[in-house]
Design a protein around this ligand. Sequence first.
Ligand SMILES: Cc1cc2nc3c(=O)[nH]c(=O)nc-3n(C[C@H](O)[C@H](O)[C@H](O)COP(=O)(O)OP(=O)(O)OC[C@H]3O[C@@H](n4cnc5c(N)ncnc54)[C@H](O)[C@@H]3O)c2cc1C
Length: 552
Amino acid sequence: MAVERDKTNWCGWGWQSMRYDFHGHRPHFLRWIGGQLGIDALATSTPPVAMDSFVLPAIRLDDADLAELAAAAGGQGALQTDHKSRVLHALGRSLPDVFRLRRGEVTAAPDAVVLPADEAAVIAVLQLCRRRDWAVVPFGGGSSVVGGVEPTDPKGRPVVTLDTTRLDRMIAFRPEDQCATFGAGIYGPDLEAALAAKGWELGHVPQSFEFSTLGGWIAARSSGQQSNQYGDIVDLLVSCRMVTPEGVIATWDGPVSAAGPDLDPFLAGTEGTFGVITEATVRIHPKPATHRIQAVLFPSFAEGTAALAAIVAAGLRMSYMRLSDEVETETYLKMSGPKRVQDMGLSALRLLGYGDLRCVALVGTEGTADTVDREVAEAVAIAKKHRGLSLGASPAKNWHRDRYLHPYMRDDLLDAGIATETHETAVPWSRVAAVREDVRASIMAAAAAQGRKAHVFAHLSHSYATGTCIYFVLMYAVDAADPLGQWRPIKAAICDAVVRHGGTISHHHGVGLDHKAWLIHEKGPMGLRMIAAARRAVDPTGICNPGKLIDL
Ligand SMILES: Cc1cc2nc3c(=O)[nH]c(=O)nc-3n(C[C@H](O)[C@H](O)[C@H](O)COP(=O)(O)OP(=O)(O)OC[C@H]3O[C@@H](n4cnc5c(N)ncnc54)[C@H](O)[C@@H]3O)c2cc1C
């Protein structure tokens, strides 16, 4: 059953009915974080405006255009031009997107939204847009955090947003080949439910799992929380079909080919700029019998980092493996419960040698009862060699239970005048310490230049033999007069620091608009030229998601 967008939070994350509710349940945290940032967060209230209260830019398509578009997309039911549908497709879910939505400052909205139900309709829409020179923005769950679905076009052409979520069927189930084919607009829970009914799973669970789609994962090269065990979406991708303005690309549907460059990993990450992925075949596995996850405490981030690298080097493919730095460890502790209980626990840990620099890690795996016990025990044994102290299963179980709840925090903190931004990169193991220090210092300096304090923490997740992803979270008091103007230099400071250390501008969020200026550091001028030339071959007039990723 597809996500009912009517029930989602139009200006923030997730279901309308879900709240993190700091005021009601965690006032102690608001008091503490407000103190860190120099504001009285408990007394601050900055609610969003009503959705009906703002005016969107006028629709640039006339009735005849819209009739033609509806006919191409599959009929009147496949076309939306009402205020709410345009707002729901106007922005993704980055911090600047949420600022703009909450303040009613939506300066670009699709001229029309189409919802084709099959590939033939996608082809018809793209051909019409090509003929009429209208831009097309592919839109899955709309959970992009890099400006990937913004209905803007540097050339000023009308913009049709192509919502893929009616392409949501399981098309083929091939257990003998360990793969299954789905329509690209299927949401995560629907995809897993279809596989679970047959005793199988994909195991790709980004934190946005409930509100993002298979096509969006592939287009933005997503990584799930269990990527250490099952791989990133690119590793899971077997083949796909992409409709481009020049025709359909169908990649080879088989295990491995030496017949020239591999198209699947190339098309993955094109972020809608080459065309629309209509279906994809992905690698699946029998649903594991059980999972086991455990928390380990390290005296320092350096020791925790060395332990994670050693676990990967030992060939253990943990499904969950995550190390919080000392500030993240402290922050979650502050969130977790009454201060008296925390103080008792902390004093005991200090006596054991786990002082202010202590860091919590989670290690877990899926499989049979025997394999999960053995693998977790082996990982904990390696952790112990790096002074890891086993904390047992319950802290880890709490994290696992709440893993889809955490994104709701941002909206409640915004209500209290606090911005929460995230940025992720990947670096070789040898550069983890330096990039963490530099990004933290750069954020603090950028905030200080605006007369503000920032609270910055990080964790490692998605680890590889050669390196790891480091994910930063920063909180700061919002400048209510100009939140976007305040955000831009902070974002630029983070991106500059990341590329200074040779980090990728994104490990799993993608490029979109927000990271485009830094892409050259990774691809180089020739690399960018080659990608642009490939794009020109399939989309010569640049109608597909213009302005994102790369210019023609
Ligand atoms: C709270 C939160 C948590 C997140 N956690 C994670 C995480 O753990 N891991 C992770 O990888 N990402 C995460 N993200 C980012 C985001 O969810 C991913 O980028 C996801 O892959 C986007 O999927 P989507 O269906 O929402 O795509 P959209 O946001 O709709 O689109 C993303 C990009 O892909 C293009 N696109 C979408 N569908 C298609 C298609 N069928 N064909 C061609 N192009 C298409 C769009 O044009 C756009 O450029 C998170 C985001 C949020 C807000």
